[in-house]
Design a protein around this ligand. Structure first.
Ligand code: ADP
Length: 190
């Protein structure tokens, strides 16, 4: 099972990604988590990424693409993988296409979580209190939402046209959303 999960900031991608990954026995690969790990370890990649992340901007495609390319070359992706936070730009879609093509793989489904924007701002501000993420202040959240609308929302149509889009209502309890995703993916896989 090779999957992508998409949705605006605060849609609950990371939370749902963990459940999906467990259910299918595949690694959840979160570009945001990999960047944050690099930031906290003070690596060169982390120093570079932090400038963008703190401002709510996307890290340059070249940096992100190289990181994903090496992650997808690891052995644990043999049974499949779930990408969380990648691709996020049309250029990243094309780069992912060629990475997968090179290794004879393809994406089975793209799960998109749809949510109410104002409600997710509240969720993110709550997360800021709990986890202290530097990019969870109200101004930066608004920027991230705008960047998502401009750069990432267009990907929904790209995948819809390819016929692999699975749209899920992301509002409600976490376990309700999880059931919706599992039901939809069961149908997808036939
Ligand atoms: P969220 O989905 O809540 O915005 P993430 O943890 O997925 O948060 O990402 C946090 C930040 O990491 C993004 O705002 C961006 O700066 C950077 N980032 C993550 N994935 C990508 C990507 N595919 N391309 C560019 N930047 C990315």
């Amino acid at each position: 099972m090779r999957l992508i999960i998409m949705g605006p900031p605060g849609a609950g991608k990371g939370t749902q990604a963990a459940f999906i990954a467990e259910r299918f026995g595949i690694p959840a690969i979160s570009t945001g988590d990999i960047f944050r790990a690099n930031v906290s370890q003070g690596t060169e990649l982390g120093v570079e990424a932090k400038r963008y992340m703190d401002a709510g901007q996307y890290v340059p495609d070249e940096v992100t693409n190289n990181m994903v390319r090496s992650r997808l070359a690891e052995d644990d992706t043999a049974p499949g993988f779930l990408l969380d936070g990648y691709p996020r730009t049309v250029a990243q879609v094309h780069e992912l296409d060629s990475m997968l093509e090179e290794s004879g793989r393809s994406i089975d489904a793209v799960v998109v979580l749809t949510v109410d924007q104002d409600e997710v701002v509240q969720r993110l501000l709550q997360r800021a209190l709990e986890q202290g993420r530097a990019d969870d202040t109200e101004d930066v959240i608004r920027t991230r939402q705008q960047v998502y609308a401009d750069e990432t929302a267009p990907l929904i149509n790209v995948y819809r046209e390819r016929g692999c889009l699975v749209e899920i209502d992301g509002m409600g309890q976490v376990d309700e959303v999880t059931s919706r995703i599992f039901d939809a993916l069961d149908t997808t896989k036939g």
